[in-house]
Write a protein that binds this ligand. Structure first.
Ligand SMILES: [Zn+2]
Length: 196
């Protein structure tokens, strides 16, 4: 089932998400719905708060990068089977010199901006079977995980922009929260929700 994606301005996107237990009801179905929702919106990552659930769960499917012609076959390799569920994730370490990458977000359609982040992360998480893993990632995969991880901490990529950039996109963000935007996937807009 495709779920509506919450737009910028929804208070759920600002909550620090709560951990979940393996007894969380209908988790398999929820994960399946999240993948379906993400693919319908041509996304490569989706966090539970974006569909209105303030829980520590996000999904990543980086396989489209395996066909990215800007990358060499060697660079494409790590993306080939990178489809993963992250439950109760905690980033343990972030290292290296910050690098810039152009980010976008399904909750903030039509805005893409360069964001600085550290290149290497060490993360502890549980998979969909509640097996615990501690792994290190770098490059674009780390970047996608950092972006989704921010969602479960109530942070959006626009928070990381310069004061000037923030001022420049303020009007656009207000329009997004009011639903004044053309988007080809299902969304829910906070400003519209309050209306009778
Ligand atoms: Zn996002």
């Amino acid at each position: 089932m495709i779920l509506p994606i919450l737009a910028y301005g929804d208070p759920v996107l600002r909550k620090i998400a709560e951990p979940i237990a393996h007894t969380y009801s209908n988790l398999d179905q929820l994960i399946e719905n999240m993948f379906e929702t993400m693919y319908a919106a041509s996304g490569i990552g989706l966090a539970a708060p974006q569909i209105g659930l303030p829980i520590r769960l996000f999904i990543v499917d980086a396989t489209p990068f395996a066909e990215d012609e800007d990358l060499t076959p060697e660079e494409q390799e790590p993306f080939k089977d990178f489809k993963q569920v992250f439950i109760n994730a905690q980033i343990l370490e972030e290292e290296g010199d910050e690098w810039v990458f152009n980010e976008g977000c399904l909750s903030i359609p039509d805005i893409r901006e360069d964001v600085f982040r550290k290149p290497e992360i060490k993360i502890q998480y549980q998979d969909e079977n509640f097996q615990t893993h501690v792994k290190t990632y770098d490059g674009i995969i780390a970047r996608i995980i950092q972006h989704e991880y921010d969602h479960i901490e109530g942070i959006l990529f626009t928070d990381k922009l310069s004061a000037l950039k923030k001022r420049l996109i303020k009007g656009k963000l207000t329009n997004i929260s009011k639903g004044k935007i053309n988007v080809d996937y299902k969304m829910r807009f906070p400003a519209l929700k309050k209306k009778r």
